[in-house]
Every structure is written in structure tokens, then in C-alpha cells.
Design a protein around this ligand. Structure first.
Ligand SMILES: [Ca+2]
Length: 104
């Protein structure tokens, strides 16, 4: 246990330094199919990932309601100017993909 304390302090110091150097841009509302993306309820953590492997990062957004369904917004724009199509449910076969234990 004695060996863990210095490592923990070093990590906290590094984290604090990183925070003081962080610069954030103003928030931007993200649109899909010409409309602002709206999540009906709960917390969400959008992920930017090239899900369909076409070289453009898409958005995957989850929702707390509806059993934790996940929505796919295909990037139909460009690499540096993304434009998202209307959401589609992520599916496994004919079933909506959900996050187990989320939403009721
Ligand atoms: Ca893509």
C-alpha cells in the first residue's frame, strides 16, 4: 500500500496541469437531416466513430428511455465539415440494439 501513494499524487498533479492548459471552443448545436439533434430524456454521451467504415466519422448517440436505444447518424458531409443524416436505430438483425440495464 505504501507504494501506491506516490503514484496517485503524481497522477493528480498531472491531471491538474492538463486541466489548466485545456482550451474549449464555444458549444455548437449539432444538426441531423437539417434539424437539431434532440435526446428526449436522460444523459447521453455521443461517440464520434466511423461506424460504417467509409472514412467519415459518424455519430452514435444513446438514450436513456426506450430501453437505452442507440441511434446512428451517418456523416454524409466531409471529414472537416461533417453533415449528419437522419437518425437510424442501430439494429441487431430485426431488433433495436440497446444498452442492457438502461431505461425502463
Ligand atoms: Ca462513416
Amino acid at each position: 500500500m505504501k507504494n501506491l501513494l506516490p503514484l496517485t499524487l503524481l497522477t493528480l498533479t498531472s491531471f491538474s496541469q492538463a486541466q489548466s492548459q485545456a482550451i474549449f471552443e464555444d458549444p455548437v448545436r449539432i444538426h441531423a437531416d437539417g434539424q437539431p439533434i434532440k435526446i428526449n430524456y436522460g444523459y447521453t454521451y455521443p461517440a464520434s466513430i466511423d461506424l460504417d467504415k467509409d472514412g467519415l466519422k459518424d455519430l452514435v448517440v444513446g438514450e436513456y428511455r426506450n430501453g437505452g436505444e442507440l441511434y446512428f447518424y451517418k456523416n454524409i458531409g466531409a471529414k472537416n465539415a461533417p453533415k449528419y443524416a437522419k437518425a437510424k436505430n442501430l439494429m441487431v438483425g430485426n431488433t433495436n440494439l440497446t444498452v442492457p440495464g438502461v431505461g425502463h
